[in-house]
Design a protein around this ligand. Structure first.
Ligand SMILES: *Cc1c(COP(=O)(O)O)cnc(C)c1O
Ligand code: SF4
Length: 336
């Protein structure tokens, strides 16, 4: 990204151009944020194993000059990632071997995860995906068809969950085709999409994308991933409002992250901001214990204490369910 960064010009570009111009160099990001690399616990070794990747639309929500910015903390490769924490591993949720062939991960009753791409627009340091060897997997047409056949042949499946990576990185044409194919499956009741793009790259919500959603004969549920109220800027708000106006049900899931959102004020403000923009809080996840993420961990006891305080402060429908993933369980486990 150039030094004379012209944000107006940048945001006039289409989403693919914005995606091609993400920050991938720590010094560029530091310069943009008016920070010196010496102010930050940066680790090049951490960046080498899982690269920096930050869209400008996300970086633009960071507070310039603040080395402790909660959004910066989510994306900056730091030395703590190299520390070994007990109980942290490369496949904390036991998904690694299951999802490679057809992209279908059928773990819970009635719902399948359908992973069409392993790529993301942003690299979140706390992500369990960081240690997946096939992080850049793009499902072949053949594998995608096999996945669709699996769903067709299993009448127990009532909901397909498009996940990733980020499924909104598929082109509009490919996404529309996929929705069309899924819409023809009679026993499917809903299509659910999990994406961080409406938050980190809201330009992705194009007219073509909205048309693909509204042309589907199945109700569409979109779960955005937002961890902090500062991520919600006017472009994000406009994208969420367009989705809502077009009949898409919007929920949010967050991860509870030390130094990002592990305080009552941050969690309450996030719920308030989400609701003001048509998004209902759904889950607050405890961290998946992936190698390199231990410094983000909040203990279960501390998490419960926090969510109880949130519950005391907000209407019940603005309190997300505190959940964790447990290998072998029949659902996410509700912690509170
Ligand atoms: C989280 C998850 C789901 C969805 O669970 P909900 O509780 O319905 O949100 C489905 N399949 C897999 C494999 C998951 O990890
Ligand atoms: S899968 Fe989600 S949390 Fe992980 S890097 Fe992609 S957007 Fe971030």
């Amino acid at each position: 990204m150039s030094e004379q960064l012209n944000e107006t010009l940048h945001f006039a570009k289409n989403w693919q151009q914005q995606l091609a111009a993400v920050f991938s160099n720590i010094d560029d990001l530091c310069r943009y944020l008016h920070l010196s690399r010496n102010d930050l616990p940066v680790s090049m070794a951490a960046a080498k194993s899982f690269p920096l990747r930050v869209p400008l639309s996300f970086a633009a929500c960071m507070q310039k000059g603040d080395p402790h910015d909660p959004l910066l903390r989510q994306v900056l490769p730091v030395k703590e990632e190299l520390l070994a924490f007990p109980g942290f591993s490369n496949d904390p949720v036991g998904d690694l071997p299951s999802a490679t062939l057809t992209g279908v991960l059928h773990k819970y009753h009635g719902r399948v995860l359908f992973i069409n791409t392993g790529s993301c627009a942003i690299n979140c340091r706390y992500c369990f995906r960081r240690s997946f060897p096939y992080a850049d997997l793009q499902l072949s047409k053949q594998a995608e068809n096999d996945g669709i056949r699996y769903i067709e042949e299993n009448p127990d499946i009532s909901e397909v969950i498009l996940s990733g990576g980020d499924p909104l990185l598929l082109s509009d044409a490919r996404f529309a085709k996929l929705l069309q194919q899924l819409s023809t499956i009679k026993h499917l009741k809903r299509i659910r999409i999990h994406s961080r793009l409406p938050i980190v790259l809201p330009a992705r919500i194009t007219d073509e994308f909205i048309s693909a959603l509204t042309e589907s004969t199945k109700p569409i549920v979109l779960i955005v991933h937002c961890n902090h109220a500062n991520e919600i800027n006017p472009r994000v708000i406009a994208a969420c409002q367009r989705l809502r106006r077009n009949g898409i049900t919007l929920f949010n899931q967050s991860v509870l992250l030390q130094g990002v959102n592990d305080n009552v004020a941050a969690l309450c403000e996030l719920s308030e901001q989400l609701f003001s923009n048509g998004v209902i809080p759904y889950y607050l996840h405890l961290l998946d214990k992936a190698t390199g993420t231990g410094h983000f961990d909040v203990s279960e006891a501390a998490a419960i204490a926090l969510i109880k305080q949130v519950q005391a402060a907000l209407p019940g429908y603005l309190v997300p369910k505190l959940v964790k993933e447990q290998a072998g369980a029949v659902s996410k486990l509700t912690v509170f």
